[in-house]
Ligand binder design. Structure first.
Ligand code: SF4
Length: 377
């Protein structure tokens, strides 16, 4: 069977070990000013029969791999794929081997809004996936809140019974003003309603918030309204993904024209601190995107709140020079977190770069940090 499989451009960091299945291409909305991902690409649903063929094809490769693993290890097989698989099968065999190696047996459905299709089709595809890959432990998907709202609770329960466990949704901000400004195409109430429905249907929710998105102007509102929406939505997981800016985003143009003032690195950390302090519901909080400055701010709220805030205080207590040096080290990807930085022997290259920027005005320094962190987009 010759099948051309497809993989979309992005997945959440937490799905790095998942098998990726692209139910639809690109984003049906595609207007968010801060989003570079699908710009200039058209949304389309991948044909139902094509997806069924893709699942059966991947399943046949998976079965063959599992048979081969009776007589050799994963690393031996990874070196010998060309001996057993046709040229056009090798990349899929490799990602299945990667999937088996990690043994988490999770699947992530792409692209931005893959549930934007008939419920019956989604159920049939997920059911086929589960029967062909009995080892699957979790199936998750991105979705827009308005797409989730179209489903009744009974529809969502059927989706959960077929095997859909978790939905990742971009909240970005709980502020109506910020959402309108960045053309998110959502009201805060859409997210709240979608989360409520998913919760009743026992489907987990993972919300994404974007510190910095309100700019300097709406920073306070961005934070206070985001806290309100989180507390009303009660997501299972909350992930922060700091604003980055590059020329492929419409917001970048506004930034260049001085119509959007990006908060400084420290101001963004203060936003995160306020969000953590303001959350009153139980949620697992993750800082798992390299755009974030403090990658170590992870934990379950409310029990880990003090520990998380102490880590933020440690950063805020740095003197100006050390803070700038740490930000530079993070943005050059020299260190992963503050503890690593503090244990770091004096790095010559870092010192050399720092000497060059030490006396430039703070505003220019912040533009440089923003530029550097945006390379992680
Ligand atoms: S809805 Fe998501 S994928 Fe679509 S443009 Fe907005 S942020 Fe990007």
């Amino acid at each position: 069977m010759n099948v051309k499989t497809e993989i979309g451009p992005i997945r959440p960091p937490s799905e790095s070990h998942s098998l990726l299945l692209r139910f639809s291409r690109n984003c049906p909305w595609n207007k968010c000013l801060f989003c570079p991902v699908y710009k200039k690409e058209k949304f389309s649903l991948r044909p139902f029969n094509e997806l069924k063929k893709e699942i059966l094809f991947l399943s046949s490769l998976n079965k063959k791999i599992k048979n081969l693993l009776h007589s050799q290890s994963i690393s031996e097989l990874s070196l010998n794929l060309s001996k057993y698989f046709k040229y056009e099968e090798i990349s899929d065999a490799r990602r299945l081997l990667h999937w088996l190696y990690h043994g988490e047996y999770t699947v992530f459905i792409q692209d931005a809004d893959p549930l934007f299709r008939k419920k019956e089709e989604i159920i049939e595809l997920i059911s086929l996936l589960k029967s062909e890959f009995p080892e699957i432990k979790r199936i998750t998907s991105y979705a827009r809140a308005r797409t989730i709202k179209r489903f009744s609770i009974s529809d969502l329960e059927q989706l959960r019974q077929s095997g859909l466990n978790r939905i990742h949704m971009g909240l970005e901000s709980g502020s109506k003003e910020v959402l309108n400004f960045v053309c998110k195409g959502l009201e805060p109430s859409d997210i709240i309603e979608a989360c409520e429905k998913l919760s009743v249907a026992h489907i987990e929710t993972s919300l994404y918030v974007m510190p910095g998105l309100g700019g300097k102007e709406f920073s306070k509102l961005h934070v206070s309204e985001t806290i309100k929406v989180i507390n009303q939505s009660k997501p299972n997981f909350l992930r922060i993904r700091t604003l980055g800016l590059n020329p492929s985003m419409p917001l970048y143009q506004l930034y260049k024209e001085g119509k959007f003032l990006a908060p400084s690195e420290k101001e963004i950390v203060l936003e995160v601190k306020d969000i953590i302090e303001g959350i009153t519901v139980a949620v697992k909080f993750y800082s798992d995107h390299n755009l974030n400055l403090l990658m170590e701010i992870n934990g379950s709220l409310p029990e880990d709140r003090v520990k998380m805030l102490n880590k933020i205080e440690k950063f805020l207590n740095l003197d100006k020079e050390k803070m700038d040096l740490f930000i530079l080290a993070r943005r050059l990807n020299k260190v992963f977190d503050l503890s690593e930085f503090l244990a770091f022997e004096k790095d010559e290259y870092l010192q050399e770069v720092y000497e060059k920027i030490k006396f430039i005005p703070d505003e220019e320094k912040e533009s440089l940090f923003l530029e550097l962190r945006s390379q992680n987009l």
